[in-house]
Design a protein around this ligand. Structure first.
Ligand code: F0G
Length: 464
């Protein structure tokens, strides 16, 4: 028997699910411009669009929120949050902000300048956008296995150490920041190993380059280290995490993912000058440094989560549920990206829809067809999100991976919900020729996945 044998919590507030028919969903999807992100939540039966901001809160979180201090400045809620964060991260400077990308924005504006270089395993879309808007050149350095859908490498999130060493020796002056995104959301939610983190930290220290984490899913990454890395099996996830935090100069973290919050983010760092620069920026756009645009109750909620997110039973159940979901899909022939991570199951859009060319966005079109068939909302991490128009050739450059992401909110859905979602995708796979390609009718210049609009390709249509 796997442990824990059932959800390590019970529900005492429930939220009814509005049931829809395929005919209703066809109308909803057309109205949303075939962008599942633009559907209304009540039009969705099982929402796997994101694991961000969608957690069910615990009794302890709600209780702490009721005891918050809402003073404008210097609130006790901030003091309590900062003390807990300092104790966990081991860095002196704790700066709250309203969500992950606010932290990225503050960091970018405070420390990056045109011509600076940022190296990473893979930057998430908002991080890259924020850093590039500050004028930095961003270079992802994933390992080769991360780009190979057939590879079973246990730590596909690792940064390519030889390329990192090479960049650092050639461009030492220009490299302003090295970021490890844990886990690597953009390329399949894959973890970074402790060995890779240690080696990257050593290289960065040798070249005087600050090493930071995008820590949005650091607890899940540490749980996967414990599960997969030699010699780590006896350590509690939080023990692994303490070592991880000791290796880095700072981190920015959306507290809406592993941080079990509906809102919130945090920056934690060692360098006093960087912290001061970030606080100065924060005063302009986020609020005051002891609130970061949050209410005292949000800080209380985050404080409790700093502890809850490392609970071994919580992480074991969550990772187990994701694995079981993936097994159902794999058994039904769905091309799932392996090994499966913690927060989501990723499906290879191109392998699922071999009849669709890249210009018709296989994973995105699959997401639309899946919603129509089942009422399950998923999201793309592929051609729409990461495709770029090459300014020189005028042609589209498609990412190595065109993925459909089924992200699982924390403490929200049962195995029965996930079994339904799996059955529906397996059925769609059996009739995959029915997935119709889409053509983009509106694409904004930045972060298109949130607002782009599409229409089905008619037979005889050109592409994109
Ligand atoms: N970093 C990573 C790795 C993320 O996955 C996200 C958000 C962010 C930063 C930005 O944080 O949303 O709090 O501003 N990911 C969401 C998702 C949108 O669905 O994966 P945020």
């Amino acid at each position: 028997m796997t442990f824990p044998p059932f959800e390590p919590y019970r529900s005492r507030v429930v939220e009814p699910i509005h049931l829809t028919t395929p005919e209703e969903r066809a109308g909803h999807l057309a109205e949303a411009g075939y962008n599942p992100f633009l559907l209304k939540a009540e039009q969705v039966m099982i929402d796997l669009v994101t694991d961000s901001g969608t957690s069910a809160l615990s009794v302890a979180q709600w209780a702490a929120m009721h005891g918050s201090d809402e003073s404008f400045t210097g609130s006790a809620s901030f003091e309590r949050f900062a003390a807990a964060a300092r104790e966990l991260f081991g860095h002196p400077h704790i700066i709250p902000c309203h969500q992950g990308r606010a932290g990225e924005h503050l960091l970018a504006r405070a420390v990056l300048h045109p011509g600076d270089v940022v190296l990473a395993n893979t930057l998430f879309a908002t991080t890259r956008q924020n850093f590039e808007e500050a004028g930095a050149h961003c270079q992802d350095l994933p390992i080769a296995e991360a780009l190979d859908v057939g590879s079973r490498h246990p730590f596909k999130g690792n940064i390519h150490l030889e390329r990192l060493a090479d960049y650092l020796s050639r461009r030492e002056e220009a490299v302003k920041l090295v970021v490890l995104t844990v886990t690597d959301n953009a390329r399949g939610g894959q973890p970074v190993s402790l060995a890779n983190l240690r080696a990257a930290a050593e290289l960065c220290a040798r070249h005087g380059a600050p090493l930071w984490l995008d820590a949005a899913r650091v607890a899940e990454n540490c749980y996967l280290i414990r599960e997969r890395e030699e010699g780590q099996g006896d350590r509690a996830p939080v023990e692994v995490a303490r070592e991880v935090f000791s290796l880095v100069d700072g981190l920015f973290m959306s507290m809406k993912k592993d941080g079990l919050g509906n809102v919130g983010g945090v920056i934690s760092c060692r360098d006093a000058a960087w912290a001061e620069a970030i606080r100065s920026r924060l005063l302009v756009s986020e609020g005051i440094p002891t609130a970061g645009g949050l209410a005292g109750r949000d800080l209380e909620c985050m404080r409790v989560a700093l502890h809850e997110m490392f609970d071994t039973a919580h992480l074991a159940w969550r990772v187990g549920a994701t694995q079981r979901f993936a097994q159902l899909l794999l058994a039904g022939g769905v091309p799932v990206l392996e090994p499966v991570g913690a927060h989501a199951v990723y499906v290879d859009g191109r392998a699922f829809c071999p009849h669709l060319p890249d210009e018709q966005f296989p994973a995105w079109s699959l997401s639309a067809a899946y919603y129509l068939a089942s009422g399950v909302r998923s999201w793309e991490s592929g051609n729409v999100t990461y495709g770029r128009l090459d300014p020189v050739t005028g042609r589209w450059r498609w990412p190595e991976l065109d993925l459909l992401r089924l992200a699982i909110p924390r403490r929200v859905y049962s195995d029965a919900h996930l079994a339904f979602a799996a059955r529906a995708l397996v059925e769609l796979h059996a009739h995959r020729q029915r997935v119709r390609g889409l053509r983009c009718t509106y694409r904004p210049p930045a972060l298109p996945q949130f607002i782009a609009r599409f229409t089905p390709v008619e037979s005889g249509d050109g592409v994109a």
